[in-house]
Design a protein around this ligand. Structure first.
Ligand code: HEM
Length: 483
């Protein structure tokens, strides 16, 4: 390999200093997606950085993303898991952080065949419908009482319930218990901690010092998460022993599979990591999408009116939006795509590791290098998107572009073998939640936000959240009555 690639060089980038590499030039950045986008304007759509001991290659254009997924997907499909993901060996059974070996394949296969097939997802449609109805009832109550709705939290609670009834046939929370608020805080903090630049990741020799306290924080959160899943698993095992009717859901399948675990403890560790992956990866991403979409709609009344019109004419006042209706709502789909373009919930695809040295479009990607795909930059690239900063869903009515991993200018779920396996469920949840909020209610901003403008700043982590959570006032649409 070395002989074959000796004529190639790393992609261009700022000259590194000894030992620290380019770390000092980057400065303390709390928004790496923005910093890296401006670097791409200087060094081009593929550039390299030496971040401490780690050679890092950053891709910021659809052309290079296409190269990656079409020509080098396997060689570059390893993961550069952050040190934070290694706490209590979480990464050893995590679909998100495992390298693409037999263990990753078997865990991913179980999830895709037992959870995300159309047939499996269809079998839980009516339970999910019930959960969306609870969301509408909650908002209806807030509208009657004249209180503002924290959109992200309402969407998060619903997502949590939609996921838990699909994965383990249980309700996680009701709207007034406060549990989902605690869980949301934990997921937000885990995402921010795992995604933030960490000295331990740049200098693996310093890992044991945990200079930024990331391990300590994650240990604390793990305790809460582990406790919640332990309770869930123990109660299912007890029910099974007592002869209760099998739920035949993913949790039953996971309990019955060994997937190579060599002891009871290891099996439990595997269950915690898999459930952790699904709940952590599935909640914030989906609820943030609804929150960003609502924030954009509230600032674009004409777009909101068009969406109201589509929902009123296609669904009508008597019916609720169902998952099977999504295909008949092209404007709703365009609004979701436009939201995912401007506000990709995962701004960088999860960091990849070169499993071997690769010649990549005339450049060298050395074995072990870290590869980042800046989805945020690709969605705002002015050579692809006219007026990229304007929220204009119509662009997706004019061009046939989808986010399923074939159109590399829109890859909020990634592409290739590591594409998000939860996409089919996220697709249903996000469209139905957003569509229902708009079908049943008019929305306005509280006075202060209406006067001063909405704060659209971002909080960076593995996921990209609104730094100030969106609050809005719901007004029931006349003539529509929530049951
Ligand atoms: C709008 C919602 C969502 C978005 C935008 C999203 C996006 C992503 C992205 C960008 C990745 C990384 C892909 C890569 O590195 O190439 C990913 C991975 C993953 N997502 Fe999602 N996701 C969403 C919802 C969900 C849901 C609902 C679930 C499950 C319940 C889920 C489970 C996962 C898992 C397990 C992985 C790791 C896959 C692997 O590394 O093999 N996601 N997601």
């Amino acid at each position: 390999q070395k002989r074959k690639t000796k004529h190639y060089k790393l992609p261009p980038g700022p000259k590194p200093f000894p030992l620290v590499g380019n770390l000092l030039q980057l400065g303390p950045t709390s928004q790496p997606h923005i910093t890296f986008t401006s670097l791409s304007k200087t060094y081009g759509p593929i550039f390299s950085l030496q971040l401490g001991q780690v050679t890092t290659i950053v891709i910021s254009s659809q052309e290079y993303a296409k190269q990656l997924f079409q020509n080098h997907d396997l060689a570059l499909a390893g993961r550069h898991e952050p040190d934070a993901a290694r706490v209590e060996a979480y990464h050893e059974w995590s679909i998100a952080w495992l390298p693409p070996g037999p263990r990753w394949r078997s865990l991913r296969r179980i999830c895709t065949t037992e959870l995300f097939t159309t047939q499996r997802l269809d079998s839980y449609v009516s339970v999910r419908k019930q959960k969306v109805q609870e969301l509408l009832n909650f908002i209806s109550k807030a509208a009657k009482e004249g209180t503002t709705v924290e959109i992200g939290l309402a969407a998060f609670t619903t997502t949590l319930n939609l996921l838990s009834c699909t994965i383990c046939s249980t309700d996680s929370d009701s709207f007034d218990s406060g549990l989902s608020q605690d869980f949301k805080k934990i997921v937000e903090d885990v995402m921010a901690t795992a995604g933030s630049p960490n000295v331990s990741d740049f200098f693996p020799v310093l890992t044991s010092l945990d200079l930024q306290g990331a391990r300590r924080k994650l240990k604390h959160y793990n305790k809460f998460i582990r406790h919640a899943f332990d309770e869930l698993i123990d109660s299912r095992i007890k029910n099974k022993k007592e002869g209760s009717i099998a739920c035949n859901d993913l949790l039953d399948v996971l309990l019955d599979s060994q997937f190579g675990a060599s002891s009871v403890q290891e099996h439990r560790q595997a269950l915690i990591s898999i459930l952790g992956d699904l709940f952590l990866a599935g909640t914030e991403t989906s609820s943030n999408t609804v929150e960003w979409a609502m924030a954009e709609l509230l600032q674009n009344p004409v777009t909101m009116a068009k969406l109201h019109y589509e929902l009123a004419s296609v669904i009508g006042p008597e019916c609720e939006i169902e998952e099977s209706n999504i295909g008949r709502l092209p404007y709703l789909q365009a609004v979701v795509k436009e939201t995912l373009r401007l506000h990709p919930p995962v701004p960088f695809l999860l960091p990849r590791r070169a499993q071997e040295t690769v010649e990549f479009s005339g450049y060298l990607i050395p074995e072990g290098a870290k590869l980042l795909v800046n989805v945020w930059a690709i969605g705002r690239d002015e050579t692809t998107w006219p007026d990229p900063l304007i929220f204009r869903p119509e662009r997706f009515l004019e061009r046939d572009i989808d986010f399923k991993g074939r159109d590399f200018e829109l890859i909020p779920f990634g592409a290739g073998r590591r594409i998000c396996p939860g996409m089919p469920l996220a697709y249903r949840m996000v469209h139905v939640m957003l569509g229902s909020l708009l079908h049943r209610f008019e929305w306005k901003l509280p006075e202060e936000a209406a006067k001063n403008g909405l704060d659209m700043s971002e909080k960076f982590g593995v996921t990209l959240a609104m730094a100030r959570h969106l609050k809005a006032i719901a007004i029931p649409i006349p003539g529509l009555h929530i049951k």
